[in-house]
Design a protein around this ligand. Sequence first.
Ligand code: SAM
Length: 327
Amino acid sequence: MKCVKVPKKKAESVKKKLIESNNFNFEYIPLVENDYVYFPIKFKTDLPVVEKEFKKIEKKPTSLKEVLKNKVPEDLIPKGFEVVGDIAIIEIPEEIKNYESLIGKTLLSLHKNIKVVAKKASHYEGQFRTRKLKIIAGENRKETIHKENNVRLKLNPETCYFSPRLSTERRRIIDLIQPNEIILVMFSGVGPYPITIAKNTQAKEIIGVEINPDAHKYAEENLKLNKVKNVKLYNGDVNEVVPKLNKKFDRILMPLPKTAEEFLPLALEVSHTGTIIHMYDFLHEKDIPDKVIEKVKNVIPKAKILNIVKCGQYSPGKFRVCIDFSV
Ligand SMILES: C[S@@+](CC[C@H](N)C(=O)[O-])C[C@H]1O[C@@H](n2cnc3c(N)ncnc32)[C@H](O)[C@@H]1O
């Protein structure tokens, strides 16, 4: 293979020139012999050229498909996975369940930041919106600490709902918050919305209400972990807790897409003129935005729609949507 022979002393400057003129061949490992360095090149140059043998740089595989393509039916190899803290959560088709341990171990070897691999063992279900997880590789634990938007959230992704995919949506919400707002987060889970708001805005007070005792326990722990002082959390049903708060809110978040509209009368009860409400919903593409506007207007005819955003895909053709409106 053609290469340039350079005295060691001049190696750095010649390498720079070759790179600048796009004539440095990155596919091979340069050779060092005695007082000379040999740089493989791509095309002719004015520098002294000689012939040498070079070793090719081995490209490390970066995806499951690259590593497993001859071991697992290629069209069934999972394309993606979710990462909560140091736990990778992956969906494994039934047809390749015999390969789950191999898939798990491969993920661990590809991503050094992952310590546990768990497969989804059910869909999100029940009032707590949780799903079963089965550990298929790595450490035997389901608790982790997830970092996003300047906050740390401790949680067990099996006993508590949490989606790292919503971090961009949480960022969108915090950018809307004005100083001194009093905010209600219905369905607060392990605390991602209240804590992200407390850490990143000048909101005065944030109240979170969550019915799942385990999620509430983590949320309380997360307040301490993030040293936030202006968040108050309640464990219970919003229908029972919120009316007893005796408060009106400047902003209300309703992150329970499956049934949030059922709680609109409650949100209205604790709103004042100008309160902004963010309600989440799951909608088919064809129903965006009409259906969610209709759901809001049915309960609050005077609602002024401010924005409707798609904030993630739920299933093929179905999206998570947030409608922002004022009352
Ligand atoms: C989709 S999760 C959202 C959790 C959290 N806000 C987040 O983004 O990670 C909905 C949460 O609402 C809680 N929930 C459901 N019904 C509730 C109710 N009536 N009152 C309070 N919380 C409720 C569930 O336990 C679950 O944690």
